[in-house]
Write a protein that binds this ligand. Structure first.
Ligand code: ADP
Ligand code: MG
Length: 788
């Protein structure tokens, strides 16, 4: 059944060619026990390896069951070894991290025999060699003789036709040698057994045929085959190790080195932990920023103001021939900078009309939390200090309207963004609020306006403090061609006590909330816009307003009115705060004078407070829609404060994250290299095992797969470990951050990122282990098995 024709084996080394076999021709019968004798180095092992397909002959032919093996590819040899050959080695070559059962089953796993059949065959083989009671033990729990019997069981389990034994008793004492020989002799009854031995007595006693070798040549054959003309077809069943088998085997190997695996996984998880923490922190921060955007930035209003505004359109300076200039140029030239004003700045004048204000008020109430109107009207409000009633000086104590929802007196915006320190939010239009700063402070001038002289004042004592609002007709009386205050300006008690004057009182003291990032209102008194509107309605019919409308001079001062200048040239003077402060450097225009007296109801600016960050976009769309059918100079432009702030914040977080991830990635690369080294060491350690597996018929691919399975396990372990540790670390990190900054849940790893990182860890470690795994597959099984 086996026929060697002129087999020649030459080992080529760097320095010389070693001829291990010299044109050996020999045939073997289907059932016989052949012993090969010969001195060391005579080529016996080489012959066995060639017969077993573990090593390839240089020339000649090996006829297997009548078929030439000349055209065998590496996978055919693998299948041949797996299907037809069982090897028994002097040094047993058991895989130490697998149980006896798994060792015996390994060859059958490669040929894809079902689990139950595999178990049965393995048990039968172990019973045959008398090791029934040791099935679950590990190789290092057995004696030498027992280990050799396991090796025999492994060789016969898959029922091969050929058993090749290389000095099977070489390491055993006489007694156990005899036991092993008995078993081998038993096998020879139905198989071809070829055994190399140094022991001529054993050979004489047990074998049917003795073949002697010397210097790579056959010198004696006691029972040569004379007729060998049998021909038949020889079919090979190809082998393959499933990834699952590889995973299980590697899993057991990894488990047998628990501490090394644990440390390796931990070390390589550090990179994953780094990246995961950065991701979780940046995730938490961007969540925080989203919250910040919706909560804080949405409290910034969109403001539309009457009058001109200048915006600078950044355009790079131009030099020769109109080319744009580079910054920090290397040229030895100087350029004269004469910017054309039209190009770089744009002045636009908004003209707020009642129509526009109505349009703004028609915004969906879901989008707007409140409106704040600003008018130039100066309310004649009297205060009573030390028994003397005087006009409230709004330069010292600003008197402005608070943002309110539509025309109702709702104070939602204030309630959301301000803490009520004392009293209540206003319930009627005659109730005022006092705003203090974040230190609970009020300017000394403002305090004096309120008649407060102490340095420290109880908040509760401020509640209920009264003021009187007069009508224009009460406050101003005609005095020839002009008007004057109705009474002695330093004591207006009569007016103060007039039953027609409207009583106002402070209903509450408020302060900006601690977590609010935007301080929209300055300190001072706040009143409702409804009060304003009522005053304006009445003022429009007042004597002084009617007189002012007709007069071409200021009816209060008798001075000339300011020029109504063209909008493009009047710039900073139109600041609305300057209008109400009463501190003018230029004479007021007629319109401004009328507005101050309350004759004009159109506000000078309107601020819209969006409910959410998204609502803001809808509001902006709505405001843009107004301009759609308008000429450019009729368009109304707005300022959006929030936009400027938010975009820069996100960029900062993104940049920081990228930098940190780049640093953490370095540790990923380091761990990848480390895994490569670990796998390389593992390959070195498992060289024997690689040889055994190849002898059992494992393909090169299967060996690669085995080590890939190992890196897969390490990669997955370190990935899962890393993510687990990250989640654990998030707890103390969040506690620390919350203590330091008030931000809660900053470290919150997105589960999707977690899974992606585990996959990344697997991919990277497998990449790191790929090279050593390929190296393992390339190992010559003969060399691997010779390795001690
Ligand atoms: P035996 O088993 O009879 O002791 P071997 O078959 O192992 O002898 O070796 C036969 C000859 O081939 C020896 O001279 C040995 O040095 C040489 N040899 C075996 N393997 C190699 C190899 N991989 N490279 C070079 N020479 C080898
Ligand atoms: Mg040998």
């Amino acid at each position: 059944m086996l026929k060697l024709i002129d087999i020649k084996k030459v080992y080529k080394t760097e320095t010389l060619e070693q001829i291990a076999l010299h044109n050996v021709s020999i045939s073997f019968r289907k059932n016989e026990f052949v012993s090969i004798l010969g001195p060391s180095g005579s080529g016996k092992t080489t012959l066995l390896n060639i017969i077993g397909g573990l090593d390839q002959y240089t020339s000649g032919d090996l006829i297997i069951n009548g078929a030439s093996s000349k055209s065998f590819k590496s996978e055919d040899w693998d299948a041949y070894r797996n299907n037809s050959v069982g090897f028994i080695f002097q040094s047993y070559n058991l895989i130490s991290h697998l149980s006896i059962r798994d060792n015996v089953e390994m060859g059958m796993k490669l040929s894809g025999i079902s689990t139950s059949e595999r178990r049965k065959k393995a048990e039968d083989a172990l019973i045959k060699v008398g090791l029934k009671d040791h099935i679950e033990k590990r190789p290092n729990q057995l004696s030498g003789g027992q280990m050799q019997r396991v090796a025999i069981a492994r060789a016969i389990a898959n029922d091969p036709e050929i058993i090749l034994a290389d000095e099977p008793t070489g390491a055993l004492d006489t007694e156990t040698s005899i036991q092993v020989m008995e078993i081998i002799k038993e096998l020879a009854k139905e198989k071809l057994v070829i055994m190399v031995t140094h022991n001529p007595e054993l050979a004489e006693e047990y074998s049917d045929r003795i073949v002697r070798f010397k210097d790579g040549q056959l010198i004696e054959d006691t029972n040569p085959v004379l007729d060998s003309s049998i021909t038949s077809d020889y079919k090979l069943k190809h082998t393959s190790m499933s990834f699952f088998t590889a995973l299980k085997s590697s899993g057991k190997n990894v488990l047998s080195k628990k501490w090394r695996t644990a440390l390796t996984s931990f070390a390589s998880s550090v990179g994953i932990i780094g990246v995961a923490l950065v991701l979780s922190l940046s995730n938490g921060f961007s969540n925080q920023i989203d919250d910040f955007q919706t909560e804080m930035l949405s409290s910034l209003p969109i403001t539309v103001s009457d009058g001109p505004s200048t915006s600078i359109i950044p355009s790079p300076p131009t030099g020769e021939n109109g080319n744009t200039l580079d910054e920090f140029p290397t040229t030895k030239k100087m350029y004269v900078n004469a910017p054309s004003e039209d190009e770089t700045t744009k002045t636009h004048t908004n003209v707020l009309t009642d129509e526009y204000v109505d349009y703004v008020y028609k915004l969906d109430s879901e989008l707007v939390s409140s409106y704040s109107l600003s008018r130039s009207v100066e309310l004649p409000v009297l205060k009573l200090v030390d028994g003397k009633a005087t006009k409230l000086n709004t330069t010292n104590l600003p008197l402005t309207t608070y943002p309110s929802e539509d025309t109702t007196n709702s104070t939602t915006y204030l309630e959301e963004n301000y803490d009520l320190l004392a009293g209540d939010f206003p319930k009627s239009e005659s109730e005022l609020l006092l705003v203090v700063d974040s230190y609970n402070q009020l300017d000394v001038q403002a305090a004096n306006e309120l008649g407060l002289t102490d340095d420290v004042i109880k908040l509760s004592s401020l509640i209920g403090k009264e003021f009187k609002l007069l009508s224009n007709d009460q406050y101003y009386v005609k005095n020839g061609d002009t008007f004057r205050v109705n009474g002695n300006p330093s004591d207006l008690s009569t007016l103060y006590n007039d039953k027609n004057s409207q009583t106002l009182n402070i209903s509450g003291v408020i302060r900006i909330k601690e977590d609010a990032q935007v301080k929209a209102l300055s300190t001072g008194l706040l009143y409702s816009d409804a009060l304003n509107e009522h005053f304006i309605a009445e003022a429009q019919q007042s004597e002084i307003v009617l007189a002012q409308e007709k007069a071409d001079y200021n009816v209060l001062t008798g001075e000339a009115l300011g020029e109504e200048t063209s909008p493009s040239t009047q710039l900073p003077e139109m600041d609305p705060t300057a209008m109400t402060s009463g501190d003018f450097t230029k004479p007021l225009t007629k319109d401004a004078t009328l507005a101050k007296l309350g004759a004009i109801s159109t506000p000078v600016s309107i601020s819209i407070y969006p409910t959410t960050f998204e609502a803001k976009d809808s509001i902006l769309d709505y405001l843009d829609a107004w301009n759609d059918d308008k000429a450019e100079d009729e368009a109304i432009e707005y300022t959006d404060m929030a936009e400027v702030m938010s975009s820069s914040l996100n960029t900062v977080i993104d940049t920081i994250s990228y930098v940190l991830i780049a640093f953490a990635s370095i540790s990923l690369i380091v761990s990848m290299i480390m895994i490569g080294i670990i796998i390389y060491v593992s390959v070195l350690e498992r060289t024997k095992e690689i040889g055994v597996l190849r002898a059992l018929g494992a393909r090169k691919k299967d060996i690669t797969r085995l080590f890939n399975a190992e890196t897969f396990i390490i990669g997955a372990t370190s990935g899962i470990l890393g993510i687990g540790i990250t989640y654990l670390l998030s707890v103390p990190i969040n506690i620390i951050i919350e203590n330091l900054t008030d931000f809660s849940n900053i470290a919150s790893l997105n589960p999707v990122h977690g899974i992606a990182l585990i996959v990344l860890s697997i991919v990277l470690t497998m990449l790191g282990g790929l090279l050593p795994a390929k190296m393992a597959a390339k190992k010559d099984p003969v060399v691997a098995l010779r390795n001690e």
